[in-house]
Structure formats: structure tokens, C-alpha cells
Design a protein around this ligand. Structure first.
Ligand SMILES: C[S@@+](CC[C@H](N)C(=O)[O-])C[C@H]1O[C@@H](n2cnc3c(N)ncnc32)[C@H](O)[C@@H]1O
Length: 247
């Protein structure tokens, strides 16, 4: 259900948290890097080049997103289809990186524990995840799903920020940085919010509702528009959690 063109409509806005996450990573020579939930691979290319990595592997489970990766890969930057939940490595990585993907994956305690076991002795972990479920853009979708379509809201897999800090400490990471950041976006109008979430959050409802999705979208749009200011440009706040740790 991922549509790279829809996702890329807000590429500039989405690039900033990626760059903020990348800025947390310590540059070390000849790193072996994994980018989990790599999407189209465009950001993976930037990650690989910025780190001057020896080798980078991008993993994603969406065929449509992976189709775009042919423009970005080469001998040292490869892409594979796979589930993050099932990610294993024959050799450890110096960096496991994941931008805007792990919020789709359950059991973060189990997941982070597994990642810790896939890192080299001085390995780094860098993760950015949206944490905006309490904004009307997300809460309205959950409400329409539950009340008008009788289905569960998109699952919320995120832990509290301090729980990630404790988990990283428990896993033996010596240094860490965990923060919640509010990104401030000026969108053309409140209608742009619908276009934004269609590229991400709503893909989950689209997948589960099939032919009823258009009906869902209209109900969502009507309810959401009544809740958002009609000021132009529309000021959209978007919370994200950024996590970095190193052994
Ligand atoms: C919001 S996009 C982010 C893409 C990229 N990291 C970026 O920053 O542009 C989320 C990506 O995670 C992938 N994804 C979601 N759940 C996944 C899973 N369980 N296993 C592998 N990939 C997954 C989706 O296919 C999608 O490409």
C-alpha cells in the first residue's frame, strides 16, 4: 500500500528529522551499516555517502518502495526485501539505523534487544519514529476507524521516551541520547494534512479496509476539516522521538 510518489510529496519536511538523526551518529571509518525500513533508498544513499560507509544494506518489505531503490544502489549500497521483525545478520553491524519505520513494528523491547545483539562491540543504534498519535490528524483516523468502520485504530507500538532510555541502559549501551522533538511545518492549508497522512498513517487503514477505504477517507476528511483551523498557511506540529546509543 506504500506509494512512493504520495510519500515524497512532503520530502523536504521529512528530510529534516532524518538529518537530525544522522547528526547524532558518530563518524567512524569503514562502517558496516544497516538501514531498516529504508523506503525508496534516497535517504539510505545520503546516509551511506555522509558516513563514507564501507558497506550499507537497506531493508524494506514494500515492493513499491524498493522499486525506486535501483536509482540509488551500487556495489557497496545494496537493498533487500525483508521484514524488520525477522532481520538477522551473518556479520555484526557498526550501525543499525532506522528512520520513520520502527513505529510500524511491534514489541520494541524484543526488537531493541535483538538489534543490540547484532552490533559490533562499539556499535551504534540510531532510530527516529513519529510520535504524533495525539494530534487530531491521527486521533481522528483512529476515531473514524473505531466508531464508523468497527475496526481497531492503527496499533501504537511506541514506548515512553524514558522507557527507551532505561531499555538502552539495561542493554549495556554506555552512552545514549533520547529526545522528543516537535517539528513545525507550514503547510499550504489544512487540506495538505490529509495528503500528508495519506502517504503514511492512512496506508494502514487502506490495507485493512480495501474497497471501503475511499468511504473512510471521505468520513475522515469531513471530521478532520471541522477540527482544524482554516488559516493559511496551516501550522502542523509533528512530534518525533529520536534515539541514539553506543556501546
Ligand atoms: C515512512 S517510510 C520511511 C522510509 C525511509 N526510511 C525514509 O526515511 O524515507 C516507512 C518504511 O518502512 C517500511 N516498513 C514498515 N514496516 C516494515 C516492516 N515490518 N519491515 C520492513 N519494512 C517496513 C515501509 O515499507 C516504508 O518503506
Amino acid at each position: 500500500m506504500w506509494n512512493p510518489d504520495q510519500y515524497d510529496r512532503f520530502k523536504d519536511e521529512r528530510r529534516q528529522p532524518f538529518r537530525d538523526l544522522l547528526a547524532l551518529v558518530e563518524l567512524r571509518p569503514k562502517m558496516r551499516v544497516a538501514d531498516l525500513g529504508c523506503g525508496t533508498g534516497e535517504m539510505t544513499r545520503e546516509l551511506h555517502d555522509h558516513l563514507k560507509a564501507a558497506e550499507t544494506l537497506g531493508v524494506d518489505n514494500s515492493e513499491t518502495m524498493l522499486l525506486k531503490t535501483s536509482a540509488f544502489g551500487d556495489e557497496m549500497l545494496r537493498f533487500e526485501r525483508g521484514e524488520i521483525e525477522a532481520f538477522v545478520a551473518s556479520r555484526p553491524f557498526d550501525l543499525i539505523f532506522s528512520n520513520a519505520a520502527l513505529h510500524w513494528v511491534p514489541d520494541h523491547r524484543g526488537l531493541f534487544t535483538r538489534f543490540a545483539g547484532l552490533l559490533t562491540p562499539h556499535g551504534q543504534l540510531a532510530v527516529q519514529m513519529p510520535a504524533n498519535d495525539d494530534h487530531p490528524s491521527h486521533a481522528t483516523a483512529a476515531e473514524v476507524a473505531r466508531e464508523s468502520f468497527g475496526i481497531a485504530p492503527r496499533a501504537d507500538h511506541l514506548l515512553a521516551p524514558e522507557s527507551y532510555a532505561s531499555l538502552l541502559h539495561h542493554l549495556g549501551f554506555k552512552r545514549q541520547h533520547v529526545r522528543v522533538q516537535v517539528y513545525a511545518h507550514e503547510l499550504e492549508s489544512r487540506d495538505s494534512v490529509v495528503e500528508w497522512v495519506r502517504g503514511t498513517l492512512l496506508t494502514d487503514y487502506q490495507q485493512r479496509l480495501g474497497s471501503r477505504f475511499e468511504e473512510f477517507l471521505e468520513a475522515y476528511r469531513t471530521k478532520l476539516m471541522a477540527r482544524l483551523s482554516d488559516a493559511t498557511p496551516f501550522f502542523y506540529t509533528y512530534k518525533r522521538i529520536l534515539i541514539w546509543a553506543s556501546f
